[in-house]
Structures are given as C-alpha cells and as structure tokens.
Design a protein around this ligand. Sequence first.
Ligand code: HAM
Length: 415
Amino acid sequence: MINVPKGTKDMLPADSCKWQAVEAAAHKTARLYNAKQIRTPVFESADLFLRSVGESSDIVNEEMYVFEDKGGRKMALRPEGTAGVVRSFIENNLGETLPVKTYYIESVYRYEQPQAGRYREHFQFGSEYFGSDKPEFDVELISMAYDFLREIGFENLTLKINSIGCPTCRAEYNKALRAFLRDNINALCGDCRRRAEVNPLRALDCKVPACRKIYEKAPNISDYLCEECKAHHAAVIDGLTRVGIKHEVDCKLVRGLDYYTRTVFEINDGGPALVGGGRYDGLCEGLGGKPMPCVGFGCGIERLLAAADARGINFESHKPVVFVAAQCERACGECSRIVRVLRNAGVSAECDLMGKSLKAQFKYADRQGFKYVITLGESELDSGVYCIKRMADGKTQEIHADSICVDMGRILWQE
Ligand code: HAM
C-alpha cells in the first residue's frame, strides 16, 4: 500500500466544511479591504527564494524542496508565498496604480521534522501590500490579518510586534549582537555558533531553551534603530492603538526570513504563531524591480484549524436539504427529475444511486443530515401528490409534482 507522504495530510470530506469556512472568511476579509486574489506557480526558479528568503535562512538552506527539471533548471517548490507574488508583481508590471493589495490561499512546502502544527505541506492565507512606506500601511495590513482571525471566531489574540530596522541601523546592531554571541559562544547550540558568523539576527529565532535563556540578555535592536526607523515603529504602535488592536512590543522578535525591514509581527492565540509577517522594503528592488515599499502576512491554515478546535470554535457543517427516496423501480426516473428541478431552484437535493431499499435510503438520509425526505411509490406517481417528511420531528406534509419548487419554498420559509 502507498501512504500519504510523511509530513502531509489529506483534507478529508468530513473536514471540508472547516476548510471552506476558513477560505470563505479569507475571501470575505480580503474583499472588505479591497484586496485582489493572485495565484502563482507552486514551483519557481530556486534562485528566487535564495535571493529573497535568504541563503542562510533555515527555510532555504535546510528545508527547501529543490529539483532539477528536464531542461536542467534548478527549481524549487515554494517554501513561502511572498517571493512568488513579488516576482509576479515585477514581471507583470502590476504597480501602475498604487497601492496594490493582493491575497492568496496556497500550499507551501518545507522539509521540516513533522510534529504537531509543523508539516511538509501546509496551506497559507496570505496578503501582500505594495506601494507605501507609511506606518498606516503596516497598520492596515495587520488589521486585515487580525480581522480575519476574528471572523473565524478567535477572541483572545496576542499581537507581538517589533522593528528590526533598515539595513543601516541593522548593520550597527549586528556588530553588537555578534560580539555578544562570541562572548557566549561556548554555551550556544551548534546552529547558533554558525549563525553568530553568518547571520547573527537569526540566532534570536533559535528554539533551543538554553540559547533562548542566554538571548534574554542580548542587546535589543530598539536601542540601535536610526531616527527614521524609530519614528516609523512608534507611529505603527500608535496606529494600532488608535484602531483598537491590542499589541505587545517584543524586542527579541526577528522572524526567520531575510527580506524583512522595520516592522515584523506575529499573532497567536496562546500557542504557536498563527500569523507571521512584516515589511520588506528592499525585496522588489533586490529581485530586479523598482524600489517598492511592501508589507505582508501569512497565516497557516492547519495551525489555525487546530487552534480553532482547541477553542471549541464551531464550523457549522452545511446540511443537505431534501432526499428523494424511491419506493419502487418505476419511481427512480421521477426521483432524478425532482432532484434536478430542486437543484436548479437552489435547494440541495439527492436521490439514491446505489439501488438501496427504502429503509436503507432513509438510514442514509438520516446519517447525511438531510432535513427532509420525499418518498415516491406507485400511488404517488399516479396521483402526482407526494409526502414530504421533516426528519427532525417526523412531521409530514403534501407536496405536488407540478408545483414542487413553490411548495418546497413555502415549506422552507415556514421553518
Ligand atoms: P512564516 O512565519 O514562515 O512566514 O509562515 C507563516 C505562517 O505559516 C506561520 O505563522 C504558521 O502559521 C504557518 N506555518 C509555517 N510553517 C509551517 C509548517 N511547517 N507547518 C504548518 N504551518 C506552518 C511566511 O511564510 C511569510 N511569507 C509571511 C509573510 C508574508 N511575510 C510577509 N508577507
């Protein structure tokens, strides 16, 4: 038997209502913010991710699915959504009228050690805004992520936010951080020893408890921000307060992707981050486009569903409405006709496709959660008057073959 690949999951029919509810909330929230959907290929040139997410990041360095295609090109399954959207923005010259607000719902691939909330394929609802370096841009993007989580039903959200400055102030901070890491080098894990030289900021993202303890005493980037970055950060914080979004400044929040400048943030529900994002003012230019200030977020849908389950958030499953049961062979054709008429009138309907007995058809209708069952036998076919039964309480009514939609509308209206 061939099983699902390690670190991946099937979305099974029983869970489809949850996924559909999440996607509907994503589309709804995006529409409220006038963001437009974008779809980019699941694979891109590996170079795109090397030049954006960063060669020294874990995501690219250790977790990226890289392969050579038949033309000898080095390709990669996307390990995140931002780079492909930025590539498309530049390639399709999307920036004629700014701002441009995009969103996407897509799969992402990372070769990670699978564990709860960490998969090799996961899905993200994400958004990328192009065009403004104003703090209001950050605030609006963050409120979109926040409103989306509220729309799902989360109430106790924590927004952690920091500024990691621009390349100029970060260079100063990197010097101080590197010196700190060297002073503590013997107590650090192997990865952090390497990070100390290659990309010191990345060390702060380490999950090893001993390292985290040491980093509590590391220098804070907030003490190294230049005047412009400091003012920008303060204005973002002000803006969040003004729109009523609770936040905590976390001076050690750095995030694991290299393209960020200034604002970085994460939103959680008491557990691991559901949403991660930030500003990336240098990425467009770095990928060959015009200078373009941008900000974006990504939300992991599997993590969101797990957190929603833990919170008891209920995604109402869609209940089918009418099952049309055949009591005799002759009724089957009429059942199919009625089902089609009802569907065309917008009422979800089904009839037996398996040759089940009447009893088994009722059992099936009950298990599937149908609200009503119409039964057709010889006498109903002859009279054109059918009996419709409400499954919840067994109440029956008459319904007529030649006015089935009108009668059904009346019954549903009276519910
Ligand atoms: P990220 O923090 O790497 O950021 O991922 C965003 C979200 O995806 C995480 O907060 C988490 O919910 C989910 N996630 C990440 N890795 C996994 C995994 N292995 N399994 C399940 N869920 C996962 C980005 O990807 C950036 N592109 C976000 C962004 C957009 N920044 C600016 N624009």
